[in-house]
Each structure stands twice: as C-alpha cells, then as structure tokens.
Design a protein around this ligand. Structure first.
Ligand SMILES: Cc1cc2nc3c(=O)[nH]c(=O)nc-3n(C[C@H](O)[C@H](O)[C@H](O)COP(=O)(O)OP(=O)(O)OC[C@H]3O[C@@H](n4cnc5c(N)ncnc54)[C@H](O)[C@@H]3O)c2cc1C
Ligand SMILES: *[C@@H]1O[C@H](CO)[C@@H](O)[C@H](O)[C@H]1NC(C)=O
Length: 555
C-alpha cells in the first residue's frame, strides 16, 4: 500500500502534486531547496543561487482562464495575462486555500533517490535530503519528481568560434532580470524563443541597438485575437481540434501559415522559418513593431566573433557590439537519481505518457511537468499528478515494464535508423494530451452524453475554450463548481477589461426628445421605425458579442 509520497520541488508541478496526493488520501512530504513556493515564478533580484527564475517584466503567455488549477479559478479581477508577481500571488492563494504549505520543507535539497533493497516487492525509495548542512534520510512509498524543465542554462559556446576573444560582456538569459546597465549599448541577443524575443523587445527601449540572431526563424503570435479576445481562449477549443484532425496536414499547414502571415508577413520581417526546419511559435506582441521601427534588427546565426564584432552566416558584419546575451534555452537532468534510471529519464521516449519511466518494475516514481504543451503547462501537470497518484494507489494500471521498454526501444531504434522523425521533444497537442490522461483516470468529459443531458454546458464545452474545469465535470476528482466555472468563464475574462463602462447612448431618452420636437402622428410612425432599428442594432450588437468568441480560429 502506497502511503508516504516524496514530492521534489514546490513549483507549479510540485504544488499540483501535493494537492493531488491529499485528494487521494496520500501523505505528501515536499522538499524544496529554495525558501519559497512557486519555483521559477518567484522573482528575485539576482540569480546567484543558480536557479532559473523569471525576469521582472515577464507576462504570462497563456490567458488566465486557460492556465489555472481546474478547481481553483483566478479571481475575476485578475487580468487575462499577468505579470510574474500576480501569477506568483495566485500560486500562493492556491497553496493557502488548500492548506499545502505545511507539507513543504523549505531550504531542503534532495541529494539522492535510490531504490530500497527490496524494491521489487515494496516499490519503496530511499531519499537523502540536506537542510542547511544537515543530512536526513527517509523511506518513501512513492516519489514525484517536480524539478522542472529549466534546470541548467544551455550555453553552447563551442559552436561560436572566437567567443573567447570577444572583449564585451557575455551572459545567459538566466542572469537577465531588468534592463539596467544596457543603456546606449549595442546588444546582440542570440536565440529567438519566448525569452529571446522578450529580452530583445525590452532592451530595444534603452539600448542603442538590439540585434536578434536566429538560426531557424519562428512564427510570432500576439496575446489577443479577433475582437481583442485572448488568443488562447479562441484557439484552444474542442471544435477546432476536431476540424484540425479532419484536415489533411498540408491543408492545415497552409491555412495556419496564411492566418499567421495575415497579421504581418513573416518573410518581410526576417522571421520566416527556414525550409525543412520544424515549425516553431512564440508569443510576442511587440516584436513585429520593433522590427518595423528598426529598434530590433533581425540577423542570421553568428559564424564567428572577433574582439568587438560578430560575423554572420550571410556574410554581414556587425561592429562595436558591447553585450551578447545567449537566450539559448536550458538543459535538464536528474542529478539525484542513480543510473540507469538517471539517463533513461532524460529520454522522453522512455517516459510512458511523459510521466512514468518504463524500466521500473514498480510504478512508484513519476516525473511531473517534464514536457512541452501547446498551451499552459499548469493544467497538464495537474492531470499528470492526478493520474500518477491513482497509479500509485493501484486504481489505474500501467502496461508491464517489459512491454513499455520493448515499445520504447523499438521507437528509439526506428529514430536512429531515420525511419521515423523524433517528435518526443515537440510540444504536445493540448487537448489530445489532456484528454488522453483524463481518459486514464476516467475524467474525460463525454461530450455526446453531455449534449443530451445539459446542452447549454455541452455547447460551451465543445465550441467554447477548453478550460481546465472541463476535467472536473465527471469521474474521480469531480468538482461541483465545474459547471458554473465553465458557464462564467467569459465573465471572468471580460471583467478586468470593464473598468470604464460607457452607458448605451441609444436609450429611449433620445426618442422622447424627437417626440417633443415634432409631436405629430406622422412622426409617431417614424418613431416606431427608429425604435425598431435601435432595438435591432442592440440585438445585433448583443448577438455579435455572443458570436465573436466562437469564430473559427485554427492556429
Ligand atoms: C522565462 C519563462 C517563462 C515562462 N512563461 C510561461 C507562461 O507564461 N505560461 C506557462 O504556462 N508556462 C511558462 N513557462 C513554463 C514554466 O516551466 C511553467 O510555467 C512552470 O513554472 C513549471 O513549473 P515546475 O514546477 O515544473 O518547475 P519550476 O518552476 O522550475 O520548479 C522546480 C522547483 O524544484 C526545485 N528543485 C529543483 N531541484 C531540487 C532538488 N534537488 N531538491 C529540492 N528542490 C529542487 C526548485 O527549487 C524549484 O522550486 C515559462 C518558463 C520560463 C523559463
Ligand atoms: C510560454 O513561455 C514558456 C517559456 O519560454 C514556454 O516554455 C512555453 O511553451 C510558452 N507557452 C506557449 C503556449 O507559447
């Protein structure tokens, strides 16, 4: 019987895991090496502790209704996209509401997680931790690893000849916090992911010039969609996913590219993806404008550095560069695990549904939050944790480890022989992946049945945004507030915008004015007409408000 569970890390994934353990009557103990919750969302002024954390200006890239815990909606006055401080505040509210803090041991680093000698029978783990120089040891029935995707900065200096000769300042985006110290400098940002784009835009306001170098290019989308509705609420819908899966991939790609080039032509802006490279997408509202205004200049990849300049692949040269920022991402590892588990876990092919290592005879170790998703990762970590805790308890079954290993090894072999493409590092389709996990638990919403039982709700579930509450409608983990949360999701999205409500000017008051001035039966007729048309206008406007959030938008 699994009872005691060790949770490593108290970020988004760790908090999900503690909560799900409690929901399943398990006893979680969470070890967090820093002194607070929130993981990378806890802003600090320096990164001397080597931890990856947000920069000061970071704003979420998925809207609030799409990135909340499924039974804990954001307060309605929270903006749709929020700065790091507000997002951290939400995590704090979540932890307090479900009383999670008392299960966390702060300033405690997990040093090693090894199988107990009788692992094949007990499935237990020996966990060694260190708190301010003091070591502790304890045995746990299961372990949830929640140490994140962004553990160590990737700094590929070897691919940049001459970087050692470069006299200016070189840093990794992990060290970047605020735009101070960059005034009037010529800055080269290497790497165009979400972070590289954000830093380039922010520095473009203070630096003399920002050069942004990308090897492959990327699609750039904004945070809002038609009518200013949050893009993630418009794009991530069951109805769209359904259409997407019906369309041949080349047609889908054509439509998506057309939609993205409609806002601005990526090729003209030096952003288009090199032929044959994988499609990539970032969220950035200002980058196109910065390029248009010349404050950010797009460049190809760097071929070579000299003491003060950079030579690019296309033969161009940029002189007098003061600072180079590597926004080249992160690597991950599991330093506390033992071999062969340690190496196996870094290969996503060997993680069953991205959670369970395939080589364990007992499924008592789960990796939570170690995946990319085409949407917010938060609801994904929650479903992973819901599923994992039920597997620990034996309520959900996994295929035997021999079969998992055989399958994964076969896939690895095919990739090595170039017979299939390795997609294990690609971002997963949001709805498909979440549905897959929910189906394992028995909490996947049954949409056809819902149309029979509750058509209004079913309409919103199928045609509306696929918000996390959908996974609390039925089955284990059902939450009674889920239906209402779904039916009020647009209210919460629009509430923070309605801070200046203008009263409708076409009110009967103006009609009585006409009546007073003309006051004849002839004009009574025209009044009727007017009345009708203003009513008509109002109806139309209302209808449009209701319809626009349903426009087809397949990003
Ligand atoms: C700059 C940036 C912006 C992002 N923006 C968004 C966004 O807008 N929307 C979105 O959905 N996602 C975003 N993400 C993705 C982000 O990964 C998730 O939002 C989420 O924070 C992941 O949480 P996590 O708990 O898995 O990892 P983390 O937040 O990294 O937490 C891991 C925790 O584990 C602890 N830990 C690590 N090793 C040990 C150990 N040995 N012992 C004890 N504790 C340990 C760490 O101290 C840390 O607290 C962003 C990521 C970055 C880097
Ligand atoms: C949001 O930004 C983070 C950090 O760069 C990234 O990992 C994630 O995939 C982004 N999400 C979306 C939906 O673009």
């Amino acid at each position: 019987m699994v009872k005691r569970v060790a949770v490593i890390g108290a970020g988004v994934s760790g908090l999900s895991s503690i909560k799900c353990c409690l929901d399943e009557d398990l006893e979680p103990t969470c070890f967090e090496r820093s002194n607070d919750i929130g993981g990378l969302w806890k802003y600090t002024e320096t990164s001397t502790d080597g931890m990856t954390r947000v920069y000061k200006s970071l704003v979420t890239n998925v809207s609030k209704e799409m990135s909340c815990y499924s039974d804990f909606p954001f307060r309605e006055d929270y903006p749709n996209y929020m700065n790091q401080g507000k997002f951290w505040q939400y995590l704090q509210e979540f932890a307090e509401h479900f009383d999670l803090l008392k299960y966390i041991q702060f300033k405690t680093t997990v040093c090693s997680v090894t199988k107990c000698p009788d692992f094949s029978i007990s499935g237990q783990w020996d966990v060694i931790t260190e708190t301010e120089g003091r070591q502790d040891r304890a045995v746990f029935d299961a372990v949830m690893v929640c140490t994140g995707h962004f553990l160590n900065p990737r700094l590929p200096l070897e691919s940049f000849p001459g970087i050692n000769k470069f006299k200016g300042h070189v840093l990794h985006s992990q060290e970047y916090k605020i735009p101070e110290g960059f005034q009037d400098k010529r800055v080269l940002v290497i790497g165009l992911g979400n972070t590289g784009g954000d830093i380039a835009v922010e520095l473009s306001r203070t630096a003399a010039q920002v050069l942004l170098s990308t090897r492959t290019g990327t699609w750039v989308t904004g945070r809002s969609s038609h009518g200013g509705y949050p893009l993630s609420m418009m794009a991530i819908r069951r109805s769209h996913n359904f259409i997407k899966q019906m369309l041949p991939s080349c047609v889908l790609k054509w439509i998506q590219e057309r939609q993205m080039n409609k806002i601005f032509n990526h090729e003209n802006y030096g952003l288009s993806i090199i032929k044959g490279k994988k499609s990539k997408k970032i969220v950035n509202d200002e980058l196109p404008t910065c390029i248009l205004c010349g404050t950010v200049t797009m460049k190809t990849s760097v071929k070579e550095f000299t003491e003060t300049s950079a030579l690019f692949e296309d033969g161009t040269m940029e002189e007098n560069i003061d600072i180079v920022i590597f926004a080249t991402g992160y690597t991950f590892s599991f330093p506390f695990l033992e071999e062969p588990l340690k190496s196996l876990c870094t290969k996503k092919i060997f993680l069953y549904k991205k959670v369970f290592p395939s080589n364990l005879e007992k499924a008592t170790l789960a990796i939570i939050g170690f995946f990319g998703l085409q949407g917010s990762i938060l609801p994904g970590t929650e479903l992973q944790a819901r599923w994992a805790t039920r597997v620990f308890k034996g309520l959900c079954k996994l295929p035997p480890s021999q079969k998992l290993m055989a399958d994964a090894t076969k896939v690895e072999e095919l990739i090595k022989r170039n017979l299939i493409i390795d997609t294990s590092e690609d971002k997963l389709n949001y709805i498909s992946y979440l549905d897959d996990l929910a189906a394992c638990i028995g909490s996947k919403p049954n949409v056809p049945l819902l149309f029979l039982k509750d058509p209004r709700l079913a309409w919103e579930v199928f045609f509306g945004p696929c918000t996390p509450y959908q996974y609390r409608l039925m089955g284990p983990g059902k939450w009674n507030g889920a239906r209402n949360a779904i039916l009020t999701q647009w209210d919460r999205a629009l509430k923070p915008l309605k801070t200046r409500v203008v009263h409708d000017s076409s009110k009967p008051a103006s009609i009585s004015h006409y009546l007073k001035v003309w006051g004849t039966p002839v004009l009574l007729a025209s009044l009727l007409l007017l009345c009708k048309s203003s009513l008509c206008c109002k109806l139309l406007r209302d209808l449009q408000d209701r319809i626009s959030p349903y426009q087809i938008n397949i990003w």
